[in-house]
Design a binder for this molecule. Sequence first.
Ligand code: NAP
Length: 540
Amino acid sequence: MKQSSDRAATMPRRLDALIIGAGFGGMYALHRARGMGLDAHAIETGDDVGGTWYWNRYPGARCDVMSIDYSYSFSDEIQQEWTWSEQFAAQPEILAYARFVADKLDLRRDISFGTRATAVEYDEDAALWRITTDDGTTFEASYCLMATGPLSVPKQVDIPGADRFGGELYLSGKWPHHPVDFAGKRVAVIGTGSSGIQIVPVVAEQAAQLYVYQRTPSFTLPMRNRELTPDFIAHIKTYYSDLRASARHSLTGGVRPITYRPLFSVSPAERDELMEGAWQYGGLAFLGLFSDILTNREANEVVAEFVRGKIAEVVEDPDTARRLTPRGYPIFARRPCLDTGYYEAFNRDNVTLMDCLEHPIVEITEKGIRTDQGEVEVDIIIAAIGYDALTGAMLSIDVKGKDGRSLKDKWAEGGRSHLGLMIEGFPNLFVIAGPNGPSALANFILLNEQNVDWVCDCIAHLRANGFRSIEPRLEAEEDWMTKVRELGSRSLYPTANTWYTGANVPGKPRTFPVYIGGLGRYREICSEAAAGGYRDFKLL
Ligand code: NAP
């Protein structure tokens, strides 16, 4: 009896579709796959749905895409039932939303939580994927959907001595589930990207002392978050379907003004007026001002200089203001940050800026952080040092395609794929919101929906026409990669050291695996690829 139950435990579970990840991409994939009658199951490392919003529960965590945009559009029922409280939602509200959707769609019954995929291997003869997990469960699935997320592998603290620190050390991207008490504590924040910039003002109000270790200063704009009024909500809900339809075909997947006006077509006085208006309005209003901010270096510099001037206006100490002022890379070529009181925090007596460009961190000690200026003793270190983005999550799994070829080898020079959706040599492996699609430049939830819809339509096509497998032709993949590279090289994005380019991870190949043609155009290209009978793909 015991023997047979052991055997049952090690027998692979046979599925039509296995989905890796239960963030917003994986949740929708599971819903769609089930809806088309597939035997589908998802595995998720966390203990609940939500993906990045399950892990990123650091103080001040908030989305920089407007809540009315950063939510599912596929179900009007969900849109009508859920009500956002703020223009930019905080992490607890976004996680509550993910849970609401999981309950509503009864998703959890088909998700194994606390389960990480360790290896994913293709059996060409059987045309199926074998998935091994860290809890010993194995699956066999005709289709494997990688909904592993673009920002789900936090960088580990690689500063010497990190393991001997005697206080509390937290990663922003793997924040503990217990409350962290900063009252009366000396706290260090390392990193001033979107995460660090959100953490600083909140912790500054609670801690006795806060030391902000900044290497590259970021450009950050005031978020000017607001509560959403009942009238506004009622209005949005009346027109939600239309708003969503236009967002799907927009550049970024959100309701945001766009412009065809180059910066130098406007007089200096009018420019200043427009920029002042955008600064006062808050959010990403700047991106709707001029058409060439990310293609014309001189135009970019005008906007950058305006924002630099604002830093000098807000920060009282001129030396701190100077150190906080970003130089040497174009504004918006790194992901723009939105803050609430970030620069103002440096006017507090208990906040000190530590300039790591001038005085790099030498080591973490038992008691704190040492630079060449000496040791600063702290009780808590928060490392907000970013992610092995875009490719990191898929490469953390041992993925082997046809002939045992490993994804690590295929992606040795950077993530390659066709349309960001499929990889030559890896049939029936689908990537959701992966590298080489619009990725970081689009609203991830609408991108997830589009990717999942494309994948599910593709699977329906295979099944309706008796095909066992699909993979992109090598030439098609190369053409797409050339297109992504050429478009990217016409912009200023590749010129900055960012997670977009892999420059933030030592040893990572430097590429710019983001399609910058916009979500709307990307949708058309993907639809054309399907409508043309998947001519760019090998169907067997
Ligand atoms: P990030 O933008 O990559 O920033 C990491 C920061 O850590 C940088 O300032 C970096 O400096 C610094 N750093 C890394 N290693 C360091 C070291 N050894 N010593 C000193 N400093 C070090 O990461 P993030 O802030 O987590 O944001 C990543 C992305 O997540 C964002 O761009 C955004 O897309 C997303 N996100 C969004 C929100 C939101 O919606 N509001 C919030 C958080 C994150 P260098 O630049 O010099 O390397």
